[in-house]
Ligand binder design. Structure first.
Ligand code: SAM
Length: 245
């Protein structure tokens, strides 16, 4: 019966209890990259971004698009090739370097005066700018505001205790016409501790509902063998569109 997930009943009680206190440190993320424990990376890009690209772009050209916790997401290259300007943030420098190398893009590095210890990696044509620092160090003063945000593997990857801080940061980075596509995962959190963390519908509404109109665009079966090895027997990917009210 697991596949007949009922978003109202099942989700509410189980979430916070089993995963709320879990913390994954930045060092643990760096270690995942070092040990190549990066099963979250999708080499061919995410099917839901392809499917909803027209809604995401909404006929607009030359958008400034944000990729929080970007890893080496290939969608950054897709969108840059369509003429958009990409900004990402990621703590793993090796992830960012792999991105440029794998996409055959020459890049340069510079320091970021406003963020001690951070680096900015940019391709030569200057339409992909990736900050190597913690997402929580980024502000609209440093990066400006965005026309679109692709949040896949980001809200679900941050520690549950940081969600409000994260949501407030995202809201502060959205310009008034910004379209955010948010992908969450839904599974039985008693069977796997995360990340990715289970983010129920109610949590999306709690974090963004006051400031955004939220619509669930799609819920797809995202279950793979990898998830079976985690002890799960179902996993849904849920995509929302968030627009400032
Ligand atoms: C689940 S992966 C998702 C990557 C990417 N969004 C994708 O779709 O492939 C999460 C990424 O966030 C990075 N990360 C974790 N905590 C971070 C933080 N506080 N600031 C910036 N990046 C972080 C990790 O190194 C990892 O590459």
């Amino acid at each position: 019966m697991e596949n007949s997930l009922d978003t109202s009943g099942r989700e509410e009680g189980e979430d916070s209890v089993s995963q709320h206190g879990r913390v994954v440190t930045e060092e643990e993320w760096l270690k995942k990259w070092q040990l190549r424990n990066i099963g979250f990376h999708i080499e061919q890009g995410h099917p839901l971004l392809k499917k909803y690209l027209d809604i995401f772009l909404n006929g607009r050209n030359g958008l400034k698009i944000f990729f929080p916790l970007c890893g080496k997401a290939v969608e950054m290259k897709w969108l840059a090739d369509l003429g958009h300007h990409i900004v990402g943030v990621e703590i793993s420098e090796s992830a960012l370097k792999e991105f440029f190398t794998e996409q055959n893009l020459a890049y340069s590095e510079e320091t970021v005066p406003e963020i001690p210890g951070a680096k900015l990696l940019k391709n030569t044509s200057g339409n992909i700018s990736l900050y190597c620092c913690s997402i929580y160090d980024l502000t609209s003063t440093v990066a400006g505001k965005f026309d679109a945000i692709w949040d896949r593997g980001s809200l679900v990857a941050i520690n549950p205790c940081d969600r409000e801080r994260y949501a407030n940061l995202m809201l502060s980075l959205m310009n008034w016409r910004c379209c955010c596509l948010l992908v969450t995962v839904s599974y039985d959190p008693n069977k796997y501790k995360g990340p990715p963390f289970y983010v129920p519908d109610s949590e999306v509404k709690r974090l963004f509902g006051q400031r955004c109109d939220i619509k669930q665009l799609e819920k797809i079966d995202g279950f793979t063998e990898r998830h079976r090895t985690w002890g799960l027997d179902y996993l849904w990917e849920v995509m929302y569109i968030l627009l400032l009210k």
